[in-house]
Design a protein around this ligand. Structure first.
Ligand SMILES: [Zn+2]
Length: 258
């Protein structure tokens, strides 16, 4: 048994007894780590608010490779994202990012890509207005796909290399990019996408987080992009359930429109 230290985003917690919590962590170098936090549910626990979901922490835990759940020894907050937690809409988007990151992070994964992208995206969302919050989610989804090696190419046809034209272009999931009218997509799995949405997604992929407010998105594009960014990763990872926090976010938006 050895001591491990990590930076991590708390992704999920579950009550394990009257005094203990099971905590899932998306770590910087060890992938998804589950730890038991003994005493964390007691009123005067040393952990305080440290183990709330969507919190960036530094932690130390005892690691044993023969068990799935490790034992937390120490945790302290680096960033509580309190601005996100104070706004239900921003918080549900943040929760959605964390949920997607958790569902696609394997235990003992040494790649820090997911952790770094998640922290950068939460930081960007923290500074955004409610109006632009969705764009942060879609940008996160697309960059997450790219980091996972399923980089969709939006700006040119995979077959002929030309800029896609026409009313709609076929986005092929297995090929990871668009196919223009030069080739019959046949029975490939994919979706028809409007050129406007393609351009928008390309802009999302290439824009800095602080420039997202300048990108304009219509209602139809929004639906198209949401559908695509959820279905594309499902195709590659086999994880088909939409994030629960996304369903919650949709309910909040629907209530606001009433
Ligand atoms: Zn083509």
């Amino acid at each position: 048994m050895g001591l491990c230290s990590a930076s991590a985003v708390v992704s999920h917690t579950m009550r394990m007894s009257n005094s203990s919590k099971l905590v899932s962590l998306i770590t910087d170098h060890y992938g998804l780590v589950k730890v038991m936090a003994r005493g964390a549910r007691r009123p005067l626990s040393k952990y305080g608010a440290t183990l709330e979901p969507v919190t960036l922490i530094d932690c130390i835990y005892y690691y044993k490779n023969t068990r799935d759940i490790q034992t937390l020894s120490h945790a302290e907050i680096i960033e509580s994202f309190s601005d996100l937690k104070a706004d239900i809409q921003l918080f549900s988007i943040a929760s959605c990012m964390v949920e997607i990151a958790q569902s696609h992070t394997a235990p003992d994964d040494p790649s820090a890509g997911t952790f770094a992208l998640l922290v950068e995206s939460l930081d960007g969302l923290k500074k955004s207005s409610r109006m632009d919050a969705d764009k942060h989610l879609w940008q996160f989804m697309l960059r997450f796909l790219a980091a996972a090696g399923y980089c969709p190419a939006f700006d040119k046809c995979l077959k002929c290399g030309k800029k896609p034209r026409g009313k709609s272009v076929f986005l092929s999931y297995p090929d990871g990019g668009v196919i223009c009218s030069c080739t019959d997509p046949g029975d490939r799995f994919g979706i028809r996408v409007s050129p406007g949405s393609l351009r928008f997604m390309n802009d999302l992929m290439t824009s800095e987080v602080e420039d997202l407010a300048r990108l304009k998105m219509g209602r139809a594009q929004r639906a198209e992009i949401e559908h695509l960014t959820l279905q594309f990763p499902s195709y590659h990872t086999g994880y088909s359930r939409p994030p629960r926090s996304l369903a919650f976010l949709r309910r909040i938006m629907a209530e606001k429109k009433k």
